[in-house]
Design a protein around this ligand. Sequence first.
Ligand code: SAM
Ligand code: SF4
Length: 474
Amino acid sequence: MNVADSNEMGRHLKAKGLVETQDPEDASIYLVNTCTVRQHAEDRAFSEIGRLGRWKAKRPGRKVVVSGCAAERTKEYLEDRFPFIDLVVGAKSIENFNEIAGRLLDRRATDEDLDYAVPAVNEKVAAFVTSMRGCNYSCTYCIVPYVRGREIYHSIDQILAEVRDRVSEGAREITLLGQTVNSYRHGQHRFGDLLRAVAGIDGVERIRFISPHPYYMTDRVIETMATVPQVCESLHLPVQSGSNTMLKSMMRNYTREHYIALAGKMRQAVPDMTLSTDIIVGFPGETEEDFRQTLSLVEELQFDWGFVFKYSAREGTPAAELECLPQELIEERHQRCLELVDRIALKKRLDLVGTIQDVLIEELGVGRTRTNYKVHVRREAQARQGAASINEAQARAERKPARSASPIGRSLKRRAQPQEKAAASSNIIHGDQVRVRITNAQRATLEGEVYNGNLAFENFREEDCRAGTCPDRQ
Ligand code: SAM
Ligand code: SF4
């Protein structure tokens, strides 16, 4: 969500004539977009802001802008502790950022103050589009409803217009965003309708969404995932705990049994799907038995990957009133849970070695499978196959997607950009969709090489040997 907000604020600044730079020394405006979900994130933001006093003093006219959830929660503290901050924009005001930033820029002394930046390349193949903001839930550990407010849904027309903008900038994969993204409602429209509408936009080849809430994983949404070809076979569905006692105390609105049944239904409807999750360990009152329930849920559901968080008390939330578990115990449970999640994740990745996957290249040599695994595509293979990949991508674009029929329009046509054609002779570049044979699995990523349907010469000889026709064996 913060990445999407940063992009949105960046777009407003660009529309006002600024350009993006990755080098702080080039910058005239430094925008720190903060998170407050856990204390650790907030601490990191504050130490980053602390360093900006010296950065600002180096050149007249520089501006420091602090935005996001921590800015919403601690505005007065921030202004007191860091008096050099020029503008604080809380998470609830991000929709008004354009106007607020306009006032700041109008105050700048001269245009030269903004004259140093070097443009950064910004052709994102995978783009985020915010479909809703805020949250109507009251999970007892969570600060989000306080700092982001209640749910606001963007209209379908507004979302589709943004999707079209991103596609025209080069995006081929759209991730819809919201704190409970699948609770979407606007007029008669529900989340399933939104997915179908986005799939109907020319140029959208892949759709993802994050974070869905188990309560709103309705049959209609599941059916949409199963039948609309652009919706990827991957679901990140936070469970938080495997203990019903903890789920109740967290006010999560579902039980362990409900979650397990839902996961089963999803996997039946979308058989190749990856399922990942968020887990909080050390919530106040969590007993060893509660914690074991979480471990047993992870064992039972065999998540493809997961994020394990140590409970972090957030001031103002109901859980912050409860007595915290000792930090060492939280650390120990975190370690145990992480080991289990990682062990299963590695096994799942190793199972993919030897399989052929469609990979959408996001940056040179790195892309993602439809199931959301990151893949490093080997360079030697790229060099051999680079020129072919563009033609192949175009040929594939003319074909219908392989999955079952849907009433949605879903032309996958896309013209290769001129710079792609130039680069294609030597490398696979972002925006290409290539078939990749997975050759290796790391803890967090996969490795592979481009697959064109033929066996490489060495493998061919190996296959021959196995078949008993290898000349060396005769
Ligand atoms: N809305 C999503 C949902 O309900 O599943 C989650 C959004 S939350 C910003 C992202 C993740 O942060 C949560 O799934 C949870 O695991 C974690 N989280 C939130 N508050 C936390 C806290 N106080 N301590 C530790 N982890 C927390
Ligand atoms: Fe926080 Fe998600 Fe619960 Fe909303 S649904 S309160 S964002 S954890």
